[in-house]
Design a binder for this molecule. Sequence first.
Ligand code: NAP
Length: 246
Amino acid sequence: MARNVVISGGGTGIGLAAARAFASDGDRVLLLGRRAEVLEKAEVPGALTYAADLSDPGAVRGVARFVADELGTVDVLVNSAGGAGNLEPAAGSEDVLDAVAHTWTVNFRLNVLTATLLTEALRERLASPGGRVLFLSSIAAYRGSGSGAYAGSKAALHPYAFDLARELGPRGITVNVVAPGYVEDTGFFGDAMNPARRERLIAETSTGRAGTPGDIAETLHWLASHGAGHITAQVIQVNGGAERGH
Ligand SMILES: NC(=O)c1ccc[n+]([C@@H]2O[C@H](COP(=O)([O-])OP(=O)(O)OC[C@H]3O[C@@H](n4cnc5c(N)ncnc54)[C@H](OP(=O)(O)O)[C@@H]3O)[C@@H](O)[C@H]2O)c1
């Protein structure tokens, strides 16, 4: 039976690949992101789109009303919206503490608020039983990310998911986290990737290649399947072995 699937960050990268995986099952997919033009250009058969900044409670209320009107029940919620903050507007100050406050605030808004606000807004609409909630963490949550702000914001999703799994388990809903390593062909790095950095990231893997959006989408799709119904409160790493290193 066709399911209703809500995907934040569904217009690009991992979210878009996940949207295509669910749509190919005949599921009804709703793509969320800030840029309406990106969502509208996404080639996902039959997809609905709604543009909103998911770090803003008022905008998320709008999403909740749209979901109530268009979908009613949410079978699968994929929280893929996020980023490392380097593509967001800069601090606008030379002061070190202003820059630290800006970096941590931006990362928590991008990665924590987008996921927690959307999940809380839709939790009463989750299919019971059978609902699935999925979050995107990162290898950075295990290894750091330079300033620590991106890594810390991704790590914050782990205990949130564990608590949510306990709360929603009695309703027959699972909650899991997928933590990718380096995934190319996404908007994540902007123009910050270069051949030397790419080579270094691939050299950390045991598989000898970069991750693809499809690798992550297939894992999300599997965790959303009926067969994965006894998997909950888990963090699944998809990184070609890079977190263990050589
Ligand atoms: N690519 C990697 O190597 C990698 C590795 C580990 C984890 N991840 C995680 O995987 C997830 C997907 O990233 P990706 O690699 O697919 O990169 P991406 O192509 O940049 O996707 C991120 C998406 O999030 C949306 N988004 C960002 N802030 C938002 C907000 N405030 N409200 C609504 N939507 C927002 C963006 O659209 P708008 O800008 O239009 O809003 C974009 O579509 C992210 O959580 C990322 O941290 C990625």
